[in-house]
Design a protein around this ligand. Structure first.
Ligand SMILES: *[C@@H]1O[C@H](CO)[C@@H](O)[C@H](O)[C@H]1NC(C)=O
Length: 471
């Protein structure tokens, strides 16, 4: 057994080092942050964008909803789950039956559409794509001297702007006290190819290119200085955004911040998995994972990522055709992403945290817009040699940064590792609860953290540049 353990350890070390070397090779960094041009992503040859900003309401005709219900009605009898099994083999079909029944008989789209339309929404054309966004402003009487600061909220996959509905009111409501001479004005776009935003017609719209599109959106709205917040893909796009446009980003707030493992970092992480205190501060030991656990977790939980990074269009056909298949595929992620240990539960723990109607709102956005395929393509467009060799993974982030670590996040890192990329972490919080979907799961904790971070960013910048009135 000891020998086997030793051999296994050696194999893992070699694999990790090999991955590090390969990663280093892929992500060579020239020392300059790449500056991308505004490419044309629309159908056909490029032309000038229609720059008007048009009010938008979600509004689907009856036949679209009838079609959904016919499909739900025609769902074939599910393959039964194995005896005694929860979510270990994927979405448990006994529980899926409950989701289906709820969707068919209790979920009222009419009502939910009203809710989804409760914030002002707009579209505008950028680089050939119609981009949808929520633009929510403070509605109360402003306290004297109040400065309104824009914040760009970026969602990820398999999320949508729906994740922000509970968070937004908490950001646009002013707070008392001298620490908060400001309130936020929220811009929450649907990422290109997600929900109500159009998808690229040609290859190449990866995370960094999305940052270019969304930067143009902020410019179009007349904003020069603003915060950027994101989780999942939103954190990667937000990071690329801050790298390319440091003059526009007052502060970057991330839930799910990860420094990609170059060979040096890989070795540090390995050392840390054996002797945590080599790489972490007191209290951070939990972020130094035993290599073996981490590797098996990654192998078990990232199959979807490999599919989406290689053949998104194939699985996309099925997800665009079957609403209940789409729900199973996406909601499985909300189980494991919220708490990996819920895999052993027959309902995936989903009802511990969420209401089915809230989860189905997000599914409806994917279903009605038919955006399963285009949303998954973000993996293919970002996990490829061209995108990875641009240097973003190794380039530093120099803007003021705040990071929230949620205990059930897919992976968290100690400050010493995060600091290798994020050069100005002024705020690092460990949430007492929550996982991958911070805004959707813990809107209050996340809002409080964003407010606190913004206040610290304000103080930090005022000390650095006393001549500028930040907010
Ligand atoms: C779906 O089935 C229900 C119950 O059998 C029925 O009332 C409803 O009209 C069906 N919906 C459509 C769109 O066919």
């Amino acid at each position: 057994m000891v020998v086997r353990g030793l051999v296994l350890s050696v194999v893992i070390v070699l694999l990790a080092v090999g991955a590090g070397v390969y990663y280093d090779h892929l992500t060579a960094f020239s020392g300059a942050v790449p500056q991308l041009t505004e490419e044309w992503w629309g159908v056909g040859p490029s032309r000038a964008d229609d720059t008007s900003i048009i009010p938008f309401k979600i509004n689907y005709p009856k036949q679209v909803l009838d079609d959904l219900h016919i499909r739900l009605n025609n769902t074939r009898v599910f393959h039964p789950p194995l005896e005694g099994v929860g979510f270990e083999y994927g979405f448990n079909t006994k529980f899926l039956q409950k989701v289906l029944d709820f969707w068919k008989t209790k979920y009222s789209w009419e009502e939910r559409q009203k809710y989804l339309n409760s914030f002002p929404q707009f579209t505008t054309e950028i680089q050939g794509l119609k981009i949808h966004f929520i633009h929510a402003k403070i509605t109360q009487t402003k306290k004297p001297g109040l400065k309104v600061v824009p914040i760009l909220l970026l969602h990820g996959w398999p999320g949508s702007v729906r994740e922000f509905y509970e968070l937004i009111p908490k950001l646009i409501t002013q707070r008392p006290g001298p620490d908060f001479p400001f309130a936020f004005e929220v811009v929450a776009p649907s990422l290109p190819g997600y929900g109500f935003s159009e998808a690229a017609a040609r290859p190449g719209l990866g995370a960094a290119q999305m940052a270019v599109v969304l930067h143009s959106l902020m410019e179009r709205l007349g904003y020069d200085k603003y915060f950027v917040q994101g989780g999942d893909w939103g954190s990667i796009i937000g990071t690329n955004f801050a790298q390319m446009y440091p003059d526009n980003v007052i502060g970057l707030h991330l839930n799910m911040a990860n420094v990609q493992p170059t060979i040096g970092i890989q070795l540090k992480l390995m050392a840390g998995s054996l002797y945590p205190r080599l790489i972490c501060d007191e209290g951070e030991e939990k972020f130094t994972y035993p290599m073996l656990d981490k590797l098996s977790f990654l192998l078990e939980e990232t199959g979807y990522l490999h599919i989406q990074a290689t053949k998104p269009d194939t699985v996309g056909v099925a997800l665009r055709d079957s609403p209940i298949g789409l729900a199973a595929y996406i909601l499985e992620k909300f189980s494991t992403g919220t708490n990996p240990s819920w895999k052993s539960l027959s309902d995936g723990g989903l009802l511990k945290k969420y209401k089915l109607e809230d989860l189905l709102d997000n599914i409806m956005i994917y279903w009605l817009t038919g955006s399963a395929t285009s949303s998954m393509r973000l993996y293919s467009e970002s996990f490829n040699k061209k995108h990875m060799s641009m240097g973003f993974n190794k380039a530093p982030v120099t803007v003021v940064t705040g990071i929230a670590r949620l205990p059930n996040e897919i992976a968290n890192q100690p400050r010493s590792i995060l600091g290798l990329k994020f050069k100005k972490i002024v705020h690092l919080t460990d949430f007492p609860t929550g996982g991958h979907f911070a805004a959707f799961e813990e809107p209050k904790l996340l809002a409080d953290d964003i407010w606190k971070f913004a206040s610290i960013a304000n103080h930090t910048l005022t000390l650095e540049h006393p001549d500028v009135k930040w907010f």
